[in-house]
Design a protein around this ligand. Structure first.
Ligand code: NOJ
Length: 760
């Protein structure tokens, strides 16, 4: 039988070319091509189209894998992979069906949304990005890969690298904020962490860069909405992270739900082929987002699923997700509307990914129950706890209220103080919530043996409106209390009156952000605001531990609450990490990667705004300048901002011109002038005062995270290379223009040094 011929071929190839070690094997591109060509020779059109199909786990998840309809499709060669199935045993069984019961025995890909960790959950990506710690971010992806691959997963739908300037958009939580340069560095770090240098290592998994492209620019921040922008803006502001991830070797790319230049991404040839493959040299495969091919019909560009599938495959979309649209390609080929060569190209790319993952060598290489011991092992938990602490941003700390001493009576109040399922944050598909501590438990543990007393009251529900709260209580995150608002508040005030300090755990619910979580009221929910105001009336010190999946309008809070720590959703170890920061066992060092507005009406909003006519100075109203009458043009908390329990001083920068590859070196000395160890992020911003195309006033072009002992100084040097000065000019050409440039350093994007000036 053909299957046996295939297996024999595999065996011979392996004998000839495998490295003797169990984990990795390296074969040449030629060998791979020969292998896949031979395999494809045996494949029918139906089997080739089958490789292009990625159903969700479906009836396999709920029933007996063997007896499911999906199993029948797998046997018939109609499936290329499955996603969001959890568990090595189950995945092994499904893989066995593919390998032993289908005609050619082609193994399946098993994908999952492993977005910010697996069972060890790291902070939501927006939080992670605020660490500006590329090593830690890479490590988070590495740990996620080690855990997920132990459980049978070989493909993650991450990193999500969509730049967003809009806090109304719920998915801002899944990305790295607003800056293309930082976003690109994070994208590379994530790809390295997932894939390593050796994709066939049994602890590496295929990365998937998403959502290509521009999803973060949906109009009005409304989920799945229209996107429209010039290529000028697209290439200068949005594309860098996708491109960086592709150039870092990401093996797959996911198309976005939105439209680019009038064409839905799933059917956009310019995007999926011209830019991605021809311009950037992408060699992997492109997968649809969930039913994304079918949406070409909703978009009104394809009258039926067959024409949608034809448009998508011809645009360069290789694999369909969670829909049957690509099944119609079989008839489309027979009718001569799609060529076999087009199907072959897509099929080959998917088989190549399987080959590179080593699945033809060992289809079960990612099903290793004995490696389960690594899942959420102490080392992984410690790493998650550390980076969670690094991701938190200290927004305000009047009178050095924080860190708190572990003494006296502390009242912990708020709907997120004892809310287990909200700790992990959105898109934690593999989370085991019942194993994670609540903040209350974390703080209680931190206070054990100190004599300090911890009191607790919930104080309020997330919001008054139960129906609204119901919307975010999917996935079992339901913590609503049936008592009246008055009863709950009275209890909280009673508790707070007994305390020396009041610690409030307030903010969004974990599903207030994430997919399909667009909101226009992005301030603290009403019930919590009222509770906070009542607590402040007691005249005691109040700390706000703020939970959020997005930048939030904290105008009122920042005017009234003495200490505010943005904790995001900090993951499985978040409770311990928050306690570490609260009591000073960790010194906060996070810096915002998305600035916080004074008012939601400022969106879309970024520190990287373009030079305009009629410029505004000072951020306040000035007749005939670009401004608002009723709100500042500046943010409440700017991009790059974050305080520490210590203080840092940065010297004025100096410039040393260089010969050769570098243009020059900017140097500045940073000193920890406080009395405890701490880390901060020194940021370097570029300005090009005169250029052919209008550029932003400032653009981040380098940064360094620095840890300093009390009193310690460090000379930081940034080498400026010509590519750091480049931008896409109005003709779309990446250009370095001659003329003057300026560079400023600082610890956030608003408080910057005098510029060093040089000319090219
Ligand atoms: C839809 C989301 O847009 C995407 O990010 C995710 O990877 C897929 N669903 C699969 O769950």
């Amino acid at each position: 039988m053909n299957k046996h011929i295939t297996l024999l071929f595999v065996a011979v190839t392996l004998l000839v070319s495998c490295r003797s070690n169990n984990h990795t094997y390296t074969r040449s591109e030629d060998e791979m091509n020969r292998y896949i060509t031979a395999l494809m020779h045996q494949m029918t059109l139906e089997e080739k189209v089958g490789q292009l199909s990625l159903p969700v786990g479906g009836d396999i998840t709920t029933g007996q894998p063997r007896l499911s309809n999906t199993a029948e499709d797998i046997r018939a060669g109609r499936v290329g992979g499955l996603f969001n199935l959890k568990g090595a045993e189950q995945i092994r069984e499904v893989q066995r069906i593919a390998v032993e019961e289908s005609r050619l025995g082609i193994p399946l890909l098993f994908g999952m949304d492993v977005i910010h960790g697996y069972e060890t959950v790291f902070p939501i990506p927006l939080g992670l990005s605020c660490s500006w710690d590329m090593e830690a971010i890479e490590r988070s992806a590495r740990i996620a890969a080690i855990e997920a691959t132990a459980d049978g997963i070989c493909w993650t739908f991450s990193p999500m690298v969509d730049i967003s300037h809009d806090g109304r958009w719920g998915r801002i939580s899944e990305g790295s904020g607003e800056d293309p340069y930082l976003g690109a560095r994070i994208a590379e770090a994530m790809v390295r962490g997932y894939q390593t240098d050796e994709l066939s290592d049994s602890t590496s998994m295929l990365a998937c860069v998403k959502h290509f492209a521009l999803y973060g620019a949906v109009e009005a921040g409304r989920e799945y909405n229209f996107v429209d922008m010039s290529r000028y803006r697209m290439f200068n502001e949005y594309m860098a992270p996708y491109e960086a991830a592709v150039r870092a070797g990401a093996g797959s790319v996911m198309a976005a739900f939105n439209v680019v230049e009038g064409v839905p991404c799933h059917g956009n040839k310019w995007l999926l082929t011209d830019v991605l493959r021809e311009q950037w040299g992408f060699k992997g495969f492109v997968v649809a987002d969930y039913t994304g091919v079918e949406h070409l019909h909703d978009n009104g560009v394809s009258p039926d699923h067959r024409s949608a599938a034809i448009q998508a495959i011809q645009a360069g979309l290789d694999m369909d997700m969670a829909s049957a649209a690509y099944q119609t390609l079989i008839d489309a080929v027979r009718e001569g509307r799609v060529s076999v060569a087009t199907i072959d190209k897509a099929c080959r790319r998917i088989l190549e990914a399987k080959y590179k993952l080593g699945l033809f060598e060992d289809p079960y290489r990612y099903c290793h129950p004995e490696r389960r011991a690594l899942v959420r092992c102490p080392e992984h938990r410690q790493a998650a706890r550390q980076i969670a602490a690094e991701s938190m941003v200290l927004l305000k700390n009047e009178g050095d209220l924080l860190p708190l001493a572990k003494k006296g009576t502390i009242a912990l109040i708020g709907p997120l103080a004892d809310a287990r399922t909200h700790m992990a944050g959105t898109w934690s598909v593999a989370a085991v919530h019942e194993e994670y501590k609540t903040l209350r438990e974390g703080i209680a543990e931190a206070l054990e043996g100190t004599g300090a007393r911890l009191l607790y009251a919930k104080g309020s529900n997330l919001m008054y409106d139960a129906a609204q709260e119901g919307i975010i209580s999917i996935f079992g995150h339901d913590i609503r209390d049936n008592r009246s608002a008055e009863t709950m508040r009275a209890e909280a005030l009673h508790v707070a009156r007994q305390a020396d300090v009041i610690v409030c755990a307030m903010g969004e619910g974990s599903e207030s952000a994430g997919e399909c979580a667009s909101r226009v009221h992005i301030e603290l929910y009403d019930a919590q605001r009222d509770l906070l105001a009542a607590l402040l009336q007691l005249g005691k010190p109040v700390v706000l531990l703020h939970f959020a999946g997005r930048p939030t309008v904290l105008e009122w809070e920042s005017a009234h609450v003495p200490a505010i720590l943005e904790t995001w959703f900090s993951g499985s170890e978040g409770a311990d990490a928050i306690a570490d920061v609260l009591f000073g066992d960790a010194n906060p060092s996070g810096h915002l990667t998305t600035q916080f507005p004074h008012h939601v009406g400022q969106y879309p909003f970024s520190y990287r705004y373009y030079r305009t006519s009629r410029p505004n100075t000072g951020g306040t109203f000035g007749k005939y300048s670009t401004c608002y009458q009723d709100v500042s043009t500046y943010p409440l908390y700017p991009f790059g901002y974050g305080l520490s329990y210590t203080d840092f001083e940065v010297s004025e920068p100096t410039w040393q011109a260089q010969e050769g590859d570098a243009v020059g070196i900017v140097s500045a000395t940073i000193t920890n002038t406080g009395n405890r160890e701490g880390a901060t992020v020194l940021q370097l911003y570029l300005s090009d005062p005169f250029s052919e195309g209008v550029r932003p006033y400032i653009e981040l072009c380098a940064f360094e995270r620095i840890n300093l002992q009390a009193g310690e100084s460090r000379l930081v040097q940034f080498t400026i290379t010509p590519d750091m000065l480049a931008y896409y000019n109005p003709m779309g050409i990446k250009t370095i223009e001659p003329g003057e440039y300026q560079l400023r350093v600082g610890l956030n994007s608003r408080d910057l040094s005098e510029p060093v000036i040089f000319s090219l």
